[in-house]
Design a protein around this ligand. Structure first.
Ligand code: SF4
Ligand code: FE
Length: 480
């Protein structure tokens, strides 16, 4: 692997010259920009932790293509065991970052493409799979960070891509050439984009006749001519720029550092194109990518929940309420909710099956159920954290007041909890709790990997309601 350490990773970001705008300004060096560093630190953990011998089994794998040792984030699942290890790995990394570490999106895009390009070739005699495997080898060897670029801006949601008033609202092929294709459009909410090397664009939804130009999957280096990234505004992001305890989670991001990635007539050579016009495979590719990402949420959000639970207990301890039976009850309830979502991720992995390509894929109904549970449980976990932490979380003075020569003594005196715990420590844990439960993290848990409605649609498709009706009729001895 070329990129092994966090330092290698940061250097790779520095060396690749990309166009990013932050708050209206062109970013000179993304590897040191204070708004990006927390996200770089989170993704950096995926490299750092992989080097520890005790994590080798979870964070690395043996490539099914070359036999070499690779990062699990570039691995194609070869067994149910691989699927379960993925979930365990995500929970472990979440414990170290308490934030999104972003690399799973590219990981899921690779796995979705591996199984789907195989089946496209089988039907059409195309050569996408071989091409894709060559690209995969490069990623496994270099170990760079890849964005999984799925979500298009989508404009008027009631219209198909080709019916939009502005045809660029879905990413499309504007020209097919001998040597490749020219792409125009954008991908929105791109987790980890500003601190990645390449983006793998995928179609955003099922496509119908007339939408062939929108059925495109391709790998694009983020420094390709015509690519521009615009970083999204985050809740309380100024606190990260200030440094100090007000950031809550001082070293790591809150969510994934999302960006709008614009493609203004970007040329992509054929060896990087893995789907081009096969509208009948778009729905399947989207479903697989979504399933693979929804599988993750009990791992990463289960891990985040563990930190929220721990921070809630520390906050209670610091204010003398940890022994109260209602607080203990609430902590137990939070644990129940966290383990419930984790169980879902493990279950959909355990029920995974082999695809035609030979790779493994989690059970899609259970993966959707897992993600759907997260959209509820994380709110309940956060509600309980707010209940335990108390109103002080929302009204704490600034760090600068705490440090102030004029009013610092009042903050120190009146923000104190139990004897023997410094006011500063109490403020730090409450800030972490505020940061993790205050807004962005909840929205990400709700809408990341697809909004709740998209999982409900999958219940209608995968929930086998007819079978359930038949089973009920059989038990009731109803003969139609
Ligand atoms: Fe990975 Fe979770 Fe972030 Fe998605 S939200 S990229 S699964 S850490
Ligand atoms: Fe996400």
């Amino acid at each position: 692997m070329k990129i092994k350490t966090k330092e290698d990773y940061v250097k790779s970001l520095k060396d690749q010259k990309v166009v990013i705008y932050y708050n209206g300004e062109l970013v000179k060096d993304r590897s040191t920009h204070p708004a990006f560093v927390p996200h770089i630190n989170s993704a950096g953990k995926t490299y750092e932790l992989a080097l520890l011998p005790e994590n080798e089994d979870l964070l690395t794998a043996k490539s099914n293509i070359t036999g070499n040792k690779i990062s699990r984030f570039t691995h194609i699942h070869q067994s149910v065991d691989d699927l379960i290890k993925k979930v365990q790995m995500l929970r472990l990394i979440a414990h170290e970052t308490a934030s999104c570490f972003q690399r799973c999106v590219g990981f899921d895009a690779l796995n979705a493409l591996y199984m789907t390009t195989y089946e496209i070739d089988e039907k059409y005699g195309t050569k996408y799979f071989t091409r894709f495997v060559e690209y995969l080898k490069k990623i496994q060897e270099e170990n760079f960070m890849l964005v999984g670029g799925m979500t298009d801006p989508k404009g008027d949601r009631s219209k198909k891509p080709s019916q939009q008033a502005d045809p660029d609202l879905f990413t499309r092929i504007v020209e097919k050439r001998k040597d490749g294709v020219v792409i125009r459009g954008a991908k929105a909410h791109q987790t980890g984009a500003v601190n990645s090397s390449e983006i793998m664009i995928l179609p955003t939804q099922a496509m119908a006749e007339g939408d062939e130009a929108y059925a495109i999957a391709a790998a694009i280096p983020l420094d390709a001519k015509g690519v521009t990234m615009i970083f999204g505004r985050q809740t309380n992001e100024e606190r990260k720029l200030e440094g100090g305890m007000d950031a809550g989670n001082c070293d790591f991001g809150m969510v994934g550092g999302e960006a709008l990635v614009v493609f203004e007539d970007v040329f992509v050579p054929w060896e990087r194109v893995f789907m081009c016009g096969e509208i009948d495979f778009c729905g399947l590719l989207v479903e697989r990518f979504a399933t693979l990402h929804r599988q993750n949420y009990g791992g990463c959000k289960g891990g985040l929940s563990d930190i929220i639970i721990g921070a809630s207990a520390v906050a209670a301890q610091y204010q003398g309420t940890l022994g109260a039976s209602h607080i203990k009850d609430k902590l137990v309830e939070m644990m129940h909710l966290a383990e419930t979502v984790y169980s879902g991720s493990v279950a959909c992995s355990a029920m995974g099956a082999k695809t035609k390509s030979g790779s493994y894929y989690p059970d899609p109904l259970l993966a959707n159920c897992t993600k759907h549970n997260i959209t509820r449980n994380i709110y309940e976990i956060s509600r309980l954290a707010h209940d335990i932490g108390g109103g002080i979380m929302a009204t704490l003075p600034f760090n600068n007041d705490f440090k102030s020569s004029a009013v610092g003594k009042y903050v120190e005196k009146y923000m104190k909890g139990v004897e023997g715990v410094s006011t500063e420590n109490r403020m730090m844990i409450l800030r972490l709790l505020e940061n993790m439960t205050g807004g962005t993290a909840l929205v990400e848990s709700m809408h990341g990997a697809g909004s709740p409605q998209s999982q409900r649609v999958m219940y209608q498709r995968l929930g086998r309601l007819n079978d359930k009706m038949k089973m009920a009729k059989k038990i009731a001895k109803i003969k139609d």
